[in-house]
Design a protein around this ligand. Structure first.
Ligand code: GLC
Length: 475
């Protein structure tokens, strides 16, 4: 079948978080499974855009209220990603280096969605499915069915995948003028709680809704930033599908970004070599257990707990552990983390920013990965960690709960219930004891490395949903 994925992020073209990793990998495995898969993302001014070759395959102009924007559809020419990548180039709106965070984000993502549909509706082939991702593409299932100009593709089936339900893309009724003319009978689909809500639109109008883990599907019925009752109402067309990871990119035996490759048989030595490199770079002591955090420094990820938890764990275990943090986000959290360097020099360090290569080395060289998330729709870091023989320490929530089981229950990690400083430190103390019991430690690491989180298996679950909505109009 012909499948389009439309998203704000796709690795390696543009990455802010896990959304990019999923949209950069799932299409590859769907292509391998014999489908024609095309991914559409905005043409930001990124390294990938500047270092690769593209050809223009379509040109048009979109109207957004009183504004007109010419756009170009660019195709990556080598297909080296394992699927076809298309960029929507609208220079006035996307020729910037960041993905989000601009005052005109509404105009940017409205234009992106309209341009993508304009192009798809003028091709001489009608796709079978359009898989939208998060609120930036939430208007598509609505526009496709009810905007007059998309008549030729109105029967295409749509799926919306929710990677994060907290962000919903709210906009005022004044922005209605931006949308292409549609049958006003259906205007109610656009509204939720007295405002226009892009994610709610997608959830109401798509033929199927998927979340990135089964537990997250249950959670959004209870807590979803105001959309709980909507998620309850659409439960029968919703499915929770646990994300996979790209096991070709994340493979300690082949990874070119790490200091030494290793497999299960060479785990101990391989990890030690990577740890030494990492510790040298960050002035830490490779003879002590290394706890790391990789991610966005926001409350959602428990980022606000890190400064206090690190200080407490380091003072309780002074000279016994190392903590290393890689991330960026809330500037107050960043400052507190930077300040901690003065107090725990030699046992603690932080790198503010994001660096893909460093992330790989951290998975390979750390003993434990901290994930104290308050909300975690799936979480990929725990799966990367497991693959690299690094033990995840997670709060039981969303996808973390679906992938990590406490070693006390014969599992692959360490779990706690609360997103609190106390719970994080309690888990760190359990980890320190485990670290001294090398036989037990290596057994847990081995179990983790053997876990199959590949997309091969998971991608079939998406295909099953597409097939059901194509054949039966329901999931
Ligand atoms: C978002 C979620 C994260 C998930 C990722 C990919 O970033 O916060 O939990 O793993 O999307 O689906």
């Amino acid at each position: 079948m012909e499948i389009f994925h439309i998203s704000a992020e796709c690795y390696p073209m543009a990455k802010v978080g896990g959304l990019a990793d999923v949209v950069g990998a799932l299409p590859k495995y769907q292509t391998n499974a014999g489908h024609e898969v095309r991914v559409i993302v905005p043409c930001y001014n990124t390294k990938f855009r500047n270092e690769n070759d593209f050809e223009s395959v379509h040109q048009g102009t979109i109207t957004l209220g009183n504004f007109k924007f010419p756009f170009n559809v660019l195709k990556e020419t080598t297909d080296k990603l394992g699927y076809e990548l298309y960029l929507i180039e609208i220079n006035e709106l996307f020729d910037r280096s960041n993905v989000y965070g601009y005052e005109d984000d509404i105009e940017r993502f409205f234009s992106f969605q309209i341009a993508a549909l304009d192009w798809i509706s003028t091709r001489n082939k009608v796709p079978n499915v359009i898989n939208c991702h998060d609120h930036h593409t939430g208007l598509i299932p609505f526009l496709l069915q009810y905007a007059y100009k998309y008549e030729s593709i109105k029967n295409v089936k749509t799926v919306i995948t929710i990677h994060n339900g907290l962000y919903q893309g709210w906009f005022g009724f004044d922005k209605l003028q931006y949308l292409p003319e549609f049958d006003l009978v259906h205007v109610g689909f656009l509204e939720w709680g007295n405002s226009l809500n892009s994610l709610a639109v997608g959830v109401k109008c798509a033929h199927a809704v998927t979340t990135v883990s089964p537990s997250y599907l249950n959670e959004i019925n209870i807590s979803a930033n105001g959309l709980e009752s909507l998620f309850n109402m659409v439960r029968s067309k919703s499915r929770g599908i646990l994300n996979g990871i790209d096991i070709e990119v994340w493979d300690p035996s082949k990874d070119i970004m790490i200091a030494q490759n290793y497999a299960i048989e060479t785990l101990e030595n391989g990890k030690q070599k990577n740890k030494e490199k990492l510790c040298e770079q960050f002035e830490l002591d490779p003879s002590k257990p290394l706890f790391s955090f990789i991610g966005r420094l926001f409350e959602e990820k428990g980022g606000d707990l890190l400064p206090q938890a690190s200080a407490l764990a380091l003072s309780e275990n002074f000279d016994n552990i190392n903590i290393l943090i890689l991330g960026s986000g809330n500037s107050a959290i960043e400052e507190q983390l930077i300040r901690l360097r003065n107090d725990y020099n030699g046992n603690y360090n932080v790198f503010i920013g994001y660096n893909e290569e460093l992330a790989h080395l951290i998975y390979a060289g750390s003993d434990f990965i901290l994930m104290p998330s308050r909300v975690e729709p799936c979480g990929l870091n725990q799966m990367y960690a497991l693959r690299y023989g690094t033990i995840p320490i997670v709060r039981r929530t969303g996808g973390l709960q679906d992938t990590v089981i406490d070693f006390g229950d014969n599992g692959n990690g360490i779990c706690h219930d609360q997103a609190s400083v106390g719970d994080i430190c309690y888990s760190i103390n359990r980890a320190v004891k485990l670290y001294d019991d090398k036989i037990h430690l290596n057994k847990i690491r081995n179990t983790g490395m053997k876990t199959d989180h590949s997309w091969e298996r998971v991608c079939q679950e998406y295909i099953e949903i597409y097939t059901l909505i194509i054949e039966k109009n329901e999931v």
